[in-house]
Ligand binder design. Structure first.
Ligand SMILES: [Zn+2]
Length: 264
């Protein structure tokens, strides 16, 4: 079955429910009263029934390994991928996001880069998938309490702020970034973004991931020997130019990693 109807529905919900869902999210975690009772709802369509937990990074990507974790760039605390979830209603989770998930998994596992390259349709589905991950990550950042910095004293006052707010320190920046992530999902035409995705093969045996919300994402999937780098809004004149920009970031992220200062 074609994935097109699912993509169309995702764009439609992103467009039609965006204002309500983002407004509620900001009111619950950023601008409203901190002690109010929050009514749980789907982070994508806003439905309040039949809620499920959606992993930000799908389990098959990190092979359901509970030991894989990322450090938040804001408080440097370890967070396991298996626990990094956001609420989605059953429909958005199993019928929509999961359909993309299955399609991407199929594409990634089946395409042998030595024999053939991705088709334009496959390429676009990977882009959409990576854009959804950014959106999910931003929702998670908004919904997650800052707690405290690894190297700092506990300050109870700060613990109520979200990771997203502590990162940017401005309500406006947080809301603009989250709205942009949502808007990317709602946008049909991705021709400008085609050169912003770089795909390669990897022999690395461990799962690697880093991401700066609204900027870029790097995913290395050892299970299928592939790695992906995607710039969320930078446009490039050629693939070579994009590759050069990505390599620069990858190199700096891995050298930072050794000095215990990873980017996530
Ligand atoms: Zn939903």
């Amino acid at each position: 079955m074609s994935i097109e109807p699912k993509l169309l529905e995702i764009r439609k919900i992103a467009r039609e429910r965006g204002k309500y869902v983002m407004g509620k999210l900001f009111d619950d975690y950023l601008t409203g009263y901190f002690d109010k009772i929050r009514i749980p709802s789907c982070s994508f369509c806003g439905a309040e029934e039949n809620l499920t937990k959606e992993h930000i990074i799908p389990k098959w990507v990190f092979e359901s390994n509970p030991k894989t974790s990322f450090k938040s760039d804001v408080n440097q605390l370890d967070q396991s991928y298996i626990k990094a979830t956001i609420p989605l209603c059953g429909k958005c989770n199993s019928e929509l996001f999961n359909a993309i998930e299955r399609e991407v998994q199929k594409i990634i596992s089946e395409v042998d880069l030595k024999k053939r390259y991705y088709s334009p349709e496959e390429w676009l589905i990977i882009i959409r998938w990576l854009e959804i991950i950014d959106f999910k990550f931003q929702v998670w950042d908004l919904r997650t309490d800052f707690k405290r910095h690894k190297k700092a004293e506990f300050i109870p006052f700060l613990s109520i702020f979200s990771i997203a707010f502590m990162r940017d320190g401005s309500v406006r920046t947080v809301t603009t970034k989250a709205r942009m992530a949502r808007k990317r999902i709602a946008t049909k035409d991705k021709t400008k973004n085609i050169s912003s995705l770089i795909v390669g093969t990897t022999k690395n045996k461990s799962f690697n991931y880093f991401h700066t919300s609204n900027e870029f994402i790097f995913l290395e999937i050892p299970l299928h020997n592939k790695c992906f780098f995607y710039f969320y809004h930078r446009e490039f004149k050629s693939d070579t130019q994009a590759k050069r920009a990505a390599m620069k970031i990858i190199k700096s992220a891995f050298s930072d990693d050794k000095s215990e200062n990873p980017t996530t």
